[in-house]
Design a protein around this ligand. Structure first.
Ligand code: PEP
Ligand code: MN
Length: 662
């Protein structure tokens, strides 16, 4: 049941309502749903609801259509972000990130869990899994090392800088395990062990709740409800295959459950392809399918020597297979509009805290990772819902304070004058090419450097007032690049007048400003922008995915202010050695001058990932070159190369060096 509070409810009245509900035996949770403050109340009670609706501060009481209320999206529209672990190594699940948990089925020895932790961490896993208490089908099979195993696992997690998740099989062990594990796993066989759920839920630690082998989605969500109603807020659901008539695979991975559960519940959905499929060679394709279907992450069994594993060896990946899977996930993530959350790859196999920081000391040397001040925002150009805002949230997290600027130059200004810690600006689109305005701004603002990059898939939508339809439209607004990228769709509607706007989200916002005197929105104006821009304004998506080519990505630069020769790196991008740099230069107007530049790069084995020429304004037939290059690992070589290039070019600008995005 939902108790919707009146907007002017006093703190005292709210407290009285909470006391009343608790006295009646309800478990309660306060939520914000849009502008409404609501209390979700769950439980069976003989209370007369009419009495409740008469309490001061209660606007109305509504029954939810689902038997699980705390787990339902009806009571909590936004994705829940589950935090596992604490401090610098804390990991988040849910929202726009893909979180990968990996490790062996069971902890077998101190050495085995440590070796596995370091291997999976090196490939980018962020949470370590492993069973210390193993629920096995046969009583004669390896039952796990118990508390000793958990101690080995905690030590391995600490050595690899990874939080850990482990299964709890009995309420009597739960309290003792609490101080050693960062997340509890409730195994498939225990999904409906309600005493265990209540005990574990009351400990307040995050829980990974596996779906029972024969559980319906509703039963699974009701088990999540038990955990939430017992006290924990951090629950992630884990689809691990259900029992069907098929015997070739161990279970049947219920891919369709992923989008269904994501719509029904706000909790993150993690997929376990290992227990679902049970056959090593078939795990990775199933894992990729889960990500494509919208999973928030995976839990994967990996063993350094699967043939020697004491449990589930045949379904455990070799570390090399896991590495390959991680690379594939990294490439797939932007297609589904997500980012793979990963530990930085070190150059050796050392854990993060021992990872070598780059030994480069060139024109812009690697600087300490900047601490993002709690007060200082990250600047972007456009209104709420702009693509740049989504890119920003991807790089810095949903909670980071944001500064919306009405132009790209104002983003540069904000970073320069210190009112923003970082800025995010688009520099290139995979279909429409470079965004020259921002390249020009790098030249105009030599104290601003490129400190990171990020690629975002762009899915354009036709957005209009709720009462509009395709036939009522006469005007479409967007950024010129938006029109360019939707050319085929727009060509089918030649009667529409196209009005260029500063940015896509501003085009959407402009519709809101054209209400008539009766407060009605115009049915004839639409805008082309991302889905988030429609949601930010409460407008309707008339058609989604109208870009000509679905392989439409925009590359964003993260900018920061140079300190001396260097630029701070955003903390979210880690302390990895930069491996890519961007330059702009022009060359003397004589034969072979560009060739001479390329020769310098070629002779040093430096890869050129971008070379674009662009006319210099006001200087006919002279060109600027936009160049992206890889940074060689050999110490000093890059600095030397830059010096040589500088000597034979004109207008040389070093934009910065950073970690290349996938
Ligand atoms: C496990 O993850 O180790 C496990 C036993 O899985 P499940 O409970 O899904 O069978
Ligand atoms: Mn297993």
């Amino acid at each position: 049941m939902l108790v919707i509070l009146s907007k002017s409810v006093s703190a005292h009245d709210k407290e009285m309502i909470l006391i009343y509900l608790r006295d009646q035996g309800f478990a309660v949770r306060e939520q914000k749903l849009g502008d409404d403050l609501i209390i979700g109340a769950v439980g069976k009670s003989a209370a007369d609801l009419r009495e409740l609706s008469l309490l001061p501060g209660v606007e109305r009481v509504a029954a939810t259509s689902k038997p699980y209320e705390l787990a339902s999206r009806e009571t909590h529209a936004e994705d829940t972000i589950v935090t596992v672990g604490s401090g610098e190594t804390a990991v988040k699940m849910g929202g726009s990130r893909i979180t990968i948990i990996a490790g062996p089925c069971a902890v077998e020895s101190r050495e085995q869990i440590l070796e596995t932790a370091l291997r999976v961490r090196e490939s980018g896993a962020v949470i370590l899994r492993g069973g210390a208490f193993k629920p096995r089908t046969s009583p004669y099979a390896f039952q796990g090392l118990g508390m000793k195993g958990l101690e080995f696992m905690k030590a391995a997690g600490e050595a690899a800088d990874m939080p850990i998740v482990t299964e709890v099989v009995s309420p009597e062990w739960a309290a003792q395990m609490r101080d050693l594990t960062d997340m509890f796993q409730i195994g498939a066989r225990n999904m409906q062990n309600f005493e265990l759920l209540k005990r574990v839920g009351s400990l307040g630690k995050p829980v990974l709740l596996k779906r029972g082998p024969s559980a319906t989605i509703e039963e699974w969500l009701l088990s999540a409800e038990y955990l939430l109603a017992s006290g924990t807020k951090d629950v992630a659901l884990c689809e691990r295959g259900i029992r069907t008539f098929e015997t070739y695979t161990r279970n049947t991975l219920d891919i369709s459950a992923i989008p269904v559960v994501k719509a029904l519940s706000h909790l993150p959905v993690i997929v376990d392809p290992s227990h679902a499929v049970g056959i090593r060679a078939k795990i990775s394709p199933a894992a990729l399918a889960a990500i494509a279907a919208g999973a928030d992450g995976l839990t994967v069994e990996v063993h350094p020597r699967p043939d020697e594993a004491l449990s589930d060896g045949p379904q455990s990946l070799y570390p090399e297979q896991f590495e390959r899977l991680m690379r594939d996930i990294e490439a797939l993530a932007p297609v589904v509009g997500k980012e793979l959350l990963r530990t930085p790859r070190s150059t050796g196999s050392a854990p993060r805290r021992a990872a070598p920081v780059a030994s480069l000391t060139p024109v812009a040397s690697l600087t300490p990772v900047a601490k993002l001040s709690a007060e200082l925002p990250v600047a972007f150009s456009g209104e709420s819902g702009a693509y740049a805002e989504r890119a920003l949230m991807r790089a810095f997290g949903e909670d980071v304070p944001r500064l919306s600027c009405p132009g790209f130059n104002l983003v540069f200004n904000a970073v320069l004058d210190g009112s923003a810690a970082f800025g995010v600006v688009p520099v290139e689109n995979s279909l429409a090419g470079s965004i020259h305005e921002n390249y020009d701004l790098f030249i105009r603002y030599p104290d601003i450097a490129m400190a990171g990059e990020l690629k975002l898939r762009i899915v354009h939508c036709l957005i209009a007032a709720p009462g509009a339809d395709m036939d009522s439209l006469t005007i479409v607004r967007s950024h010129p690049q938006g029109f360019e990228q939707c050319r085929e769709f727009l060509d089918k509607h030649p009667q529409w007048r196209l009005e260029p706007w500063n940015n896509t989200a501003a085009a959407v916002a402009s519709i809101m400003r054209e209400k008539n005197s009766a407060g009605e929105l115009p049915p004839h104006i639409a805008a082309i922008a991302g889905e988030a821009a429609a949601a930010a304004q409460g407008l309707k998506v008339l058609k989604m995915g109208i870009e000509t080519n679905p392989l439409n990505y925009t590359r964003f630069a993260i900018i920061s202010r140079r300190v001396g020769d260097a630029a701070p790196v955003p903390p979210s991008l880690g302390s990895e050695r930069p491996n890519k740099a961007s330059l702009i230069f022009s060359v003397p107007n004589k034969p072979g001058s560009l060739f001479a530049c390329l020769k310098i790069l070629s002779e040093r084995g430096i890869n050129l990932s971008k070379l674009e020429s662009r006319p210099i304004q006001g200087q006919p037939w002279r060109y600027l070159f936009y160049v992206d290059v890889s940074i060689p690992e050999t110490e000093g070589l890059f600095t030397q190369t830059l010096g040589e290039l500088k000597a034979i070019t004109e207008d040389f600008h070093f934009l910065g060096m950073y970690r290349a995005a996938a």
